[in-house]
Design a protein around this ligand. Structure first.
Ligand code: 26Q
Length: 824
């Protein structure tokens, strides 16, 4: 056994190669001649996993032995992407693996490309959770991710005739070599039924939840490899399994098949990720998903706690539970239920423990995205929780009423129940009240939380709201995605930046070094070639590597204003056609992003981009100076190719509407200059990179607010006074891009005109064009452009998710690094 064990852990080229061959034959069941790329991916992943498990168990054991306080990150989304390069890179064996594959006649790229992209998330919120997992593990913080093991991740996007069509994303189809099924880690989760009141042993009123349906939550664990491989944390995802207890009602008519059918249906709970990154109003299955994974996670957390403790008063000293938006907020009522109903704590003690344990992160102020579940639905699906929510509300409002001297409007705003129209539970209010800390995700967003949605709560609890500006992991988003730039950086300043991104500031001096600038440009050009090849493969379009790669990659949303970018594209197209003798800076407009399947306007914008691309790309009169591409199926893997190649980063949301953004950080770190509004984290990016190294335009959040309040904005007037805007809009509305259906874009034109232009696209258009011109002008001066690009990379150190996670650890969680013992 011993020699085999050592073999399994060997990190050198020979050991890896021998492991690969062993895994290929004995676990994948193929010989080298018959193996496909996918077989090789599974082989390599399993061999790499071997190098992780001992350290993983050491880590878990160390946490247990030290009875360390753990942080539990509850999230309905973890957008982790591929794990092979990530694991190899964090273990420090990328080159060894490449060589081992080389000796087997295989290309590392081919093997890496055979891994499906784990898209268990929609966008920013889910990717943030994945970055936090990396940062916690890389800094030795005892952090667990808890979520759902969706069988289908975010849909695969294809374009058919320019329209988005969704296909199921079957990432588990060929098995998942990274996960460990834990069939023994199984918790019951209940739904429906009713609540019975009874007297407990001392004669007090007590409640039990009876006649409920049961589903089992089964755990799957994925190791989270920290940088350097010292700490290996756990991502635990729950899968729904049917119970074996039967609904005996069905047996009266001998309906065995009917009973089994119910069992099968109960497993639908973990089937699919909801593809809406704004709210999916009132879908019962979504509510059940939220409760399912939250309840299982809390049961697991309490089980772990009770291994060391017999009473609950120390729970807040041993567990910090972070709610990633309100999606797991039902956990507040669930923990109360577990403590009061199952462990017989007194209400007030349970409440104090609950509040001290939970913290809540808000990711949006958009009113339509604030979760509010119909009372009638919660009553039916989770009857005991509805009672508990009422009780929390009654106690809170009673205490508040005493000081509110008759301000009923204020009380009704503070209430957990929205009484206007159909009665609904405001999950944001529940999350706020049940947490000791509540945070926004950028400085501006946190300020706006205080002034808008949580103004009354902020007045009531002035110390509760705090800011935690988002961050991104430099391992995935610089080291792995951009080897060309990473290696250049490391040759100049060493590799300390990988685990301490503040060190990247040492590059500031290099901005004035011509040689360094030349090498920086060379790295960018290499990445642009890689992207150009990807574009050609995906769209058939040939783009100029020396054009400005002007990139807008993110979910399709009206507030993110892809339309503003499209209007500028059309205006630029017109100018190029009008002035064919001018020597234009060639521009490649790169778009990518998915629209929620039910978001018709977003889907129409996708079609418009594809229609504009068709016209522009085939018009010989622009001499290839302008190309428009919309890349299909944007996901983490595509982002890793697109982002390192960008020159210009489009961050152009209506001010006040983007909570933070994180793509903005990835792009700036990779040396793209930002063109953006003063929204979300763009504000802080400007402060760090310096106002001379970013193109800021448009209205501020305050101006947007004032304009809306005064109601004094007429898009028709703005359009009439701007000929290039008018012309672009006229072209859209008269069918210049849709000769086959001239009315196709009526809804878009309508929204921007008589619809009142809610997202202020027309209001910001002129200033946006000015900023675009400034960018194109600067691009003509490669030395100046590169200098600013370097200053972006050098000044983005603060936006590491290591910094963000450390702030949470110190100010919200009170957790500390644990150094696993690997010699035990
Ligand atoms: C809610 C209810 C029912 C179904 C779906 C949802 C749902 C799902 C996903 C609501 C919202 C989301 C995702 C939100 C999101 O990604 N927000 C982004 O979070 C980032 C990380 O903080 C920020 O950088 C972005 O600004 C913010 O838009």
């Amino acid at each position: 056994y011993k020699s085999r064990d050592i073999e399994r852990r060997s990190l050198d080229v020979d050991g890896l190669k021998r492991s690969f061959l062993e895994w290929l034959v004995y676990s994948v069941g193929k010989d080298a001649r018959a193996a496909t790329r996918r077989d090789w991916f599974h082989t390599v992943a399993l061999a790499v996993r071997d190098r992780v498990v001992d350290r993983w168990m050491d880590t878990t054991r160390s946490y247990y032995q030290e009875d360390a306080k753990r942080v539990y990150y509850l999230s309905l989304e973890f957008l982790i992407g591929r794990l092979l390069t990530n694991s190899l890179s964090n273990l420090g064996i990328v080159d060894e693996c490449r060589q081992a594959l080389d000796r087997l006649g295989l290309s590392m790229e081919d093997v890496v490309d055979a891994e499906p992209d784990a898209a268990l998330g929609n966008g920013g919120l889910g990717r943030l959770a994945a970055c936090f997992l990396d940062s916690m593990a890389s800094q030795g913080l005892p952090g667990y991710g808890y979520g759902i093991r969706y069988e289908f991740g975010l849909f695969e996007q294809r374009f058919e005739n320019g329209w988005q069509v969704e296909y199921p994303e079957q990432w588990l189809q060929f098995g998942n070599p990274w996960e460990f099924a834990r069939p023994e880690v199984l918790y019951p989760v209940q739904f429906y039924g009713r609540v019975e009141e009874f007297r407990d042993s001392v004669g007090d009123r007590a409640y039990r939840w009876v006649d409920a349906d049961r589903v089992l939550a089964m755990a799957y664990d994925t190791p989270v490899v920290g940088y350097g491989g010292d700490t290996i944390n756990t991502l635990r995802l729950w899968s729904a399994r049917a119970t074996r207890d039967f609904n005996f009602g069905h047996f009266n008519d001998g309906a065995y098949m009917k009973a089994v059918e119910q069992k099968i249906l109960s497993e639908n709970l973990s089937r699919v990720l909801y593809p809406n990154d704004a709210t999916e109003t009132g879908k019962e299955l979504r509510l059940k998903q939220e409760y399912f994974f939250t309840s299982a996670s809390l049961q697991d957390i309490l089980r772990r706690y009770l291994q060391h403790h017999t009473t609950f008063e120390n729970l807040p000293n041993k567990a910090a539970i972070q709610l990633n938006d309100t999606h797991p907020a039902i956990g507040i009522a669930e923990l109360m239920r577990l403590l009061v109903d199952q462990h017989a704590l007194r209400w007030d003690d349970a409440w104090e423990i609950t509040r001290a344990t939970f913290a809540y992160t808000n990711h949006t102020l958009l009113p339509e995205a604030l979760e509010a579940w119909p009372v009638r639905m919660i009553e039916r699906v989770l009857p005991r929780h509805m009672q508990i929510i009422y009780e929390i509300n009654a106690k809170f409002l009673n205490r508040t009423k005493a000081r509110a001297d008759g301000d009923n409007a204020r009380l009704s705003r503070l209430s957990l129940i929205d009484e206007r129209g159909e009665r609904r539970v405001r999950m944001g209010n529940l999350a706020f009240l049940g947490s000791h800390k509540v945070n926004g995700v950028s400085a501006l967003h946190t300020e706006l939380m205080k002034q808008t949605v949580f103004a009354d709560f902020h007045e009531e609890f002035p110390d509760r709201i705090n800011n935690k500006t988002n961050g991104i992991t430099p391992r995935r988003w610089l080291k792995q995605a951009n080897p060309a730039l990473s290696e250049l950086i490391t040759t100049r300043i060493g590799e300390g930046w990988i685990s301490d991104l503040s060190q990247i500031a040492a590059l500031r001096d290099k901005a004035d070094d011509v040689v360094f600038r030349e090498e920086f440009r060379r790295a960018k050009r290499k990445n642009k070639k890689r992207l150009a090849a990807y574009i050609a493969r995906q769209t058939g379009e040939e783009v100029l590597v020396d054009s400005i790669f002007d990139v807008q990659v993110k979910r399709m949303h009206e507030y993110k204003r892809q339309l503003l970018n499209v209007l500028h594209t059309i205006a630029l197209y017109n100018e190029m056609r009008d002035n064919p003798t001018v020597s234009w800076v060639p521009v490649t407009k790169v778009f990518a992003g998915k629209a929620a399947p039910s978001y018709h306007m977003a889907k129409l914008i996708i079609k418009l981009i594809n229609d504009v691309a068709k016209v522009v790309n085939h018009d010989p009169s622009v001499h290839d100076n302008l190309k428009v591409v919309l890349l299909p199926n944007y996901n983490v893997t595509a982002a890793e190719i697109i982002i390192p190649a960008a020159d210009l980063s489009e961050q152009i949301s209506t001010a006040g509407m983007e909570a933070s953004g994180t793509g903005n950080m990835k792009l700036a770190l990779n040396g793209a200059l930002t063109i953006g509004t003063l929204d979300g984290a763009n504000v802080e990016i400007r402060e760090h990179v310096g106002p001379d190294n970013i193109f800021i335009f448009g209205m501020t959040a305050e101006e947007v607010n004032d304009l809306r309040a005064s109601g004094g904005f007429n898009p028709r007037e703005v359009i009439a006074s701007n000929p290039s805007l008018k012309r672009a809009l006229d072209m859209i509305s008269t069918g210049a891009f849709s000769p086959d259906d001239r009315n196709r874009y009526h809804p878009i034109v309508q929204a921007l005109t008589d619809g009142g232009d809610h997202f202020l696209v027309t209001a910001d258009f002129a200033d946006y064009c000015r900023a675009q011109e400034a960018a194109m002008h600067l691009y003509r001066d490669p030395e100046e452009w590169t200098r600013k690009a370097i200053l972006n990379t050098a000044n983005m150190g603060w936006f590491s998710s290591d910094r963000t996670v450390n702030e949470y650890a110190g100010e919200v969680w009170d957790v500390h690094p644990v150094h696993p013992n690997h010699d035990g």
